[in-house]
Design a binder for this molecule. Structure first.
Ligand SMILES: Nc1ncnc2c1ncn2[C@@H]1O[C@H](COP(=O)(O)OP(=O)(O)OP(=O)(O)O)[C@@H](O)[C@H]1O
Length: 300
């Protein structure tokens, strides 16, 4: 954790040290008996997807037969360029519509939900800061991340005390998160002035404004300098400690090894295997997929 480097005190050491070990060992234990095969069933999947397909004209970008994501784990989604990872993310989070397929998130059918409904249900993805957002302050980015809960409820939005109370609560929550991500001193700066790594931290902090159960991160390490990488990794581990599930797309295999409890591998739209990081790095199918080799049974 980012705070581990601080000197331990009697008051804080036990409370901070215990959950770190609890989260990772619970996650690994929950996956211990799962076979390293595509579509492997999990003990307690927070996400359960079946037959998810998305074609763009003649190109089948995603064709995932089955995937379960175990609750409380950090799961990496890897695969060569063009494997369909981002498209799959977009489908799951309601930003794209599948040609067919269904999935259940935390006990609720989510394949018909719109993106804001998916987010409200607890599956929240991070977004790269768009140009418009870089021209807003860090705090305003956080407040946008909170959505407009009262304003969306039309009648409540007409009652100023309710509206103001909600805004004050959002601000307090945003401040707490900015402190946690060590961005509190930047709150009045334009988001565009942040470094690559700080932007990633802001993207994650914004997602947490919605109190997600599952956080979806698309290439969290892209454009982050080595100094901030470690801090970012620790923040992602903290999400698991707080009971959240994390699914992330990433090309940086060092990062995958360091934080993933489980890895799902896509190639040419399909889920070709799953397993622990060690199982995956030894899997011939994965090596072949990255080398662009044809899957040939004789090689196994
Ligand atoms: N809107 C779209 N229209 C047409 N083709 C698309 C569209 N979006 C994605 N594709 C195609 O679908 C395939 C999968 O793309 P996708 O971006 O999901 O892969 P990826 O695994 O995320 O790749 P990368 O690691 O390079 O980001 C690619 O061949 C891509 O060109």
């Amino acid at each position: 954790m980012s705070d581990d480097t601080q000197p331990e005190t009697e008051a804080t050491a036990p409370a901070e040290a215990a959950p770190v070990r609890a989260g990772i060992s619970a996650a690994r234990a929950s996956l211990a008996d799962v076979p390293p095969e595509p579509g492997a069933p999990k003990q307690d999947p927070i996400l359960n997807a079946t037959g998810v397909r998305r074609a763009f004209g003649g190109l089948v970008a995603v064709d995932v037969a089955h995937l379960e994501v175990q609750r409380g784990t950090i799961t990496a989604l890897i695969g060569p360029n063009g494997a369909g990872k981002t498209t799959f993310f977009n489908l799951l989070t309601g930003f794209d519509r599948p040609s067919r397929g269904e999935w259940v998130f935390d006990g609720r059918r989510a394949d018909r939900m719109r993106s804001y409904q998916v987010a409200r249900a607890g599956m929240v993805r991070t977004f790269q800061l768009t140009k418009a957002l870089t021209r807003m302050t860090v705090m305003d980015n956080m407040l946008i991340g909170a959505g407009n809960q009262i304003g969306e409820r039309f009648w409540a939005g007409l009652v100023p005390p309710l509206w103001k109370a909600q805004e004050a609560a959002n601000r307090a929550k945003a401040m707490e998160l900015l402190e946690r991500f060590k961005l509190d001193r930047k709150r009045d700066d334009y988001a565009g002035e942040l470094s690559g790594g700080q932007r990633k931290l802001l993207e994650m902090a914004r997602a947490l404004m919605l109190d997600p159960k599952m956080v979806m991160l698309d290439e969290p390490m892209a454009g982050v300098n080595p100094a901030l990488k470690q801090s970012l990794l620790e923040h992602i581990k903290d999400l698991r400690e707080d009971g959240m599930t994390v699914l992330f797309v990433e090309h940086d295999m060092d990062m995958v090894h360091e934080i993933a409890d489980w890895v799902a591998v896509m190639a040419a739209g399909q889920l070709i295997t799953e397993g622990t990081p060690d199982q995956i790095s030894a899997d011939r199918r994965v090596i072949d997929a990255y080398l662009g080799a044809h899957h040939d049974a004789a090689q196994h």
